[in-house]
Design a binder for this molecule. Sequence first.
Ligand SMILES: Nc1ncnc2c1ncn2[C@@H]1O[C@H](COP(=O)(O)OP(=O)(O)OP(=O)(O)O)[C@@H](O)[C@H]1O
Ligand SMILES: [Mg+2]
Length: 460
Amino acid sequence: MVNDKLQNSNIRPVETILVIDDSPTNLEVLYTTLADAGYEVLVEMDSLEGIEQAKNNPPDLILLDIMMPKVNGFEACSKLQSNPVTKDIPIIFMTALSDTVEKVKGFQMGAVDYITKPFQQEEVIARINVQLKLRRLNLELDQQKQKLEERVAERTAELSEALEELQKTQLQLVQTEKISSLGQMVAGVAHEVNNPIGFISTNLYHASQYARDLINLLQLYRQKFPQPGTEIEEIIEAVDLDHISQDLPKLISSMKLGSDRIRGIMQSMRTYSRADGKEKKAVDIHEGIETTLMILQHRLKPQTFRPAIHVVKEYGNLPLIECYPGQLNQVFMNLIANAIDAIDESVQDKNWEGDKSKIDKYLTPENVLTVPLICICTTADKENVTIQIGDNGKGMDLSVRDQIFQAFYTTKPEGKGTGLGLSISYHIITEKHGGTLECITSPGKGTEFIIQLPFYTKSN
Ligand SMILES: Nc1ncnc2c1ncn2[C@@H]1O[C@H](COP(=O)(O)OP(=O)(O)OP(=O)(O)O)[C@@H](O)[C@H]1O
Ligand SMILES: [Mg+2]
């Protein structure tokens, strides 16, 4: 503060000069000359005490006599220069007019100048002024350099922050783009499959009528003409007409069941792809979960390294939820895909046994860890719906768990994970929907994510 004021008003603080000389006469002359010129003057007759003085109270400049008892000027100079506190203080040697060799040695030792005895007062002042001015300029330069370095560091930090932000936005765009192109692909497939499945189910209806009519007619024939002749009887036996008559209607009705299922899947695919996320809609959360599971079906199937992942669902009675359905689907997709990854990654540590036929046996609480499982559970109270998505995969230790919602945090190999799934999901649940997303996990045992969403809904 004081320094600022002095700088602003161009008034310099009084500069201090330390004179070290064993001759009282010299000291007296120099003291008077320098004090008259406005400097604060400290004097020492002993070089070691002079060095101490310089350390304890560093002056702006030192006048140092060369010829002194005990420690001479050169030795004192090298001691001053080897101490970090005093090494930058300019030193002017004092020497007799004829000592050219000593002058040279003085410069080699790091002195900035010399003054010759007997002293010419004006010369002494002029030389001191020049050195002090140089020192001031050097100090200013150092300050400027430091300020500049600080600014460069600040700017670099700002730039790298901006770069990180940019990369984050880019990757978020890629994720959103990925989800929306998935939506488009789903819509395209649904559209393409829609017509052929339409023919099949309409024609199956007629086919079942025709089959029934033909079978009735055949039975009537057999009643009216019980002895059609050997040739026909042989064929009836060969094709097992009784079996055909019984089986054909069953066969057609199971084909109808299959085509109805495909139509159902196509319907939910269309719902999924229409969930564009631009405006809030009241939707059935279960539909979003089901479609997500359907899209991830291929990953749930048995793999060479593990049996199929069994999905246990406990769906509560939920009202329609006002939300951005496309975004919530993105959250379900991220959480369920992570659960599948965690199960796949636990293959080395776990001995998955069993297949679907044994599932019920394994679903007892003690054995629950021997079959790969994803549990999805939904409940509603007066204000919120809760969606729990749990897996019995590899789980996480605390150091991982504490970072999972950070953008770019991933434990997956490069190219497999971007580390954005959970940070985007967290953003969608908390900021877009005013909900909460929590994670409970334990290494080797599994992980559960709990989503809570408030609902502002119309009832069903
Ligand atoms: N169900 C889970 N079980 C164990 N670890 C999990 C689970 N879900 C997330 N994690 C850990 O959290 C990390 C971050 O998950 P996140 O979904 O954000 O990124 P990612 O899956 O690695 O990559 P991506 O951006 O492709 O989703 C994962 O790398 C994983 O270590
Ligand atoms: Mg993920």
